[in-house]
Ligand binder design. Structure first.
Ligand code: GLU
Length: 518
């Protein structure tokens, strides 16, 4: 059997990590069986529709490497792939359902429906449409519709009994029909509801596996009734577990508690491979239990029946840890260089030569968890002029004499390899009879402008003789130009700038949270 899977995001905002998660599993299942993976946009909620969201979904899939075989802007023989362009299909099927007695036009006004609700509340009856429009004769329905009277189309659902379906992970799921209540299929604006559109599209697009988030489990019986009414074969239903916050109650992940936009993870410097790997561990694991696996590994081993339902936790610490592993030892340093390139360009940084970049990357990569951290640590290697903050300048001043000696010693050193540099520094420190750090710290600051940097011997060796001498020279120059201790105005200005920056960062955080709450 050929497998066809799909994702059907609503273009209503920044693509959500949940969409990436569901996308990954659908992509993997289709690829595993040499099938098709379809992207469909469920854009029938015209109030929440955002035109730019479609491009964002495509960009997200592109970035993650989950390319759809069919979809808007991609093509395919089952299009169009935007539901707003498929209205004729929904209308035709609604007509068919009406003609065959499975659906009817209902003409209640919003006021009537509101009065019905109030009455139900007063009598303590279960809320929901009471089926009052069912018995309007078909000819009268047609006449009123033809006269332009506003109406919806409702599915005629059984009052008694249950509707059951088989979920690949949950087994039989059964819902009392009394809870379904003649669901609306077509709205008065002519747009379909999710239920009608999803069933018609999944069928017409040949979808064999409907794999989606758990929150749709309770809608599935409505879909099952529709499939039956239309005489169509059911697809395999797989409802993936919801991703959870790492809080005590393990609530469903939400914008309020954490970043849920895929774009924000990209912008933080999470690698697409690491995010996929991480999402691949949400309710699933490699049969051999290994933590690091590629998309291809997952495709080769994927078996949806091994998905576990025990509330996978979207733990940012684990994501960063995985990302660090990719930076440190999964990607080759050459591949890493390619990844950092756009980030370097953004900061207008260029390496003098490729080898220098690779050596520097190799040196800093064990210390970074994200690409942003990696580029931050790489920056001192690539800038021409080192900037020293107050603390750095103070440390330079404390080491002035050592820096002067080392400048001479390095200038005289012929071979700049690990052993020679190590020997030079070691014997120098010994002769000075001071603790190692007294000498190393000012040197580290001179070379990088920061106190947090890799081992000094490595730094010197990677930077090489010319650069090392140039940087020591810059440091000595900065010292001779006067230090912040002599210059209270500069100190004050720097403290004020730092406070301003802090306040700005705080302000920028706030609207994000506020937006999350809306
Ligand atoms: N538009 C729905 C969503 O965004 C699709 C649900 C489904 O896959 O059936 O989650």
């Amino acid at each position: 059997m050929s497998v066809v899977t799909r994702i059907a995001p609503s273009p209503t905002g920044d693509p959500h990590v949940g969409t990436a998660y569901v996308g990954l599993f659908n992509y993997v299942l289709a690829r595993r069986h040499g099938g098709r993976f379809v992207l469909r946009l469920e854009d029938t909620d015209r109030q929440r529709y955002q035109p730019e969201a479609e491009a964002r979904v495509l960009q997200m899939l592109e970035w993650l490497g989950l390319r759809a075989d069919e979809g808007p802007g991609i093509g395919g023989s089952h299009g169009p792939y935007r539901q707003s362009e498929r209205l004729e299909h929904y209308h035709a099927h609604a007509e068919r359902l009406i003609d065959e007695g499975h659906a009817y036009r209902a003409f209640e006004t919003p006021e009537e429906l509101e009065a019905m609700r109030l009455e139900q509340r007063r009598l303590a009856h279960d809320p929901g449409y009471d089926g009052r429009g069912r018995n309007v004769p078909v000819a009268e329905q047609a006449r009123r519709a033809a006269a332009g009277e506003a109406h919806v189309v409702r599915l005629r659902t059984p009052d008694e009994g249950d509707t059951a379906f088989h979920d690949l992970l949950r087994g039989e799921v059964r819902i009392p029909n009394a809870e379904i209540r003649d669901t609306v299929l077509l709205k008065s604006d002519g747009y379909p509801t999710y239920h009608l559109a999803v069933v018609v599209d999944d069928h017409l697009m040949g979808v064999t596996h409907v794999m989606r988030a758990e929150e749709w489990v309770t809608s599935t019986p409505i879909h099952v009734l529709l499939y039956r009414a239309l005489g169509w074969e059911l697809p395999t239903f797989v409802h993936l577990p919801l991703l959870r916050n790492p809080d005590a109650n393990k609530t469903k992940i939400s914008k309020r508690k954490m970043d849920t936009s895929v774009e924000s993870y990209r912008a933080q410097g999470i690698l697409s491979e690491a995010l996929l790997n991480f999402l691949g561990t949400m309710g699933w694991s490699m049969p051999d239990g290994r933590e690091i696996f590629s998309l291809d590994d997952m495709i080769a081993a994927f078996d949806p029946t091994r998905i576990s339902l025990g509330g996978p936790v979207f733990d940012l610490k684990r994501l960063r840890h995985l990302n660090a592993r990719y930076l440190r030892d999964v990607l080759s340093v050459e591949a890493l260089a390619e990844r950092v390139q756009p980030w370097l360009e953004e900061r207008e940084l260029r390496a003098a030569d490729e080898d220098y970049l690779l050596d520097a990357l190799d040196l800093v990569r064990p210390r970074a968890e994200t690409l942003v951290e990696l580029v931050d640590q790489l920056t001192p290697f690539l800038v021409e002029r080192i900037a020293y903050d107050v603390d750095a300048r103070r440390r330079l001043a404390a080491g002035q004499a050592y820096l002067e000696d080392l400048e001479r010693a390095f200038a005289a050193l012929e071979w700049f390899d690990d052993d020679d540099v190590d020997e030079l520094l070691r014997s120098y420190v010994q002769r000075q009879a001071v603790p190692m750090g007294k000498v190393m710290m000012p040197l580290r600051v001179a070379l990088t402008g920061t106190t947090q940097a890799p081992g000094v011997v490595d730094l010197v060796v990677v930077m090489g003789k010319d650069r090392t001498l140039d940087r020591i020279g810059q440091a000595l120059q900065a010292i001779s130009e006067g230090l912040p201790d002599d210059d209270p105005d500069r100190l004050k200005a720097e403290a004020e700038a730092a406070a301003k920056e802090e306040a700005r960062a705080k302000r920028n955080r706030r609207p994000l949270n506020a937006a999350g709450r809306s």
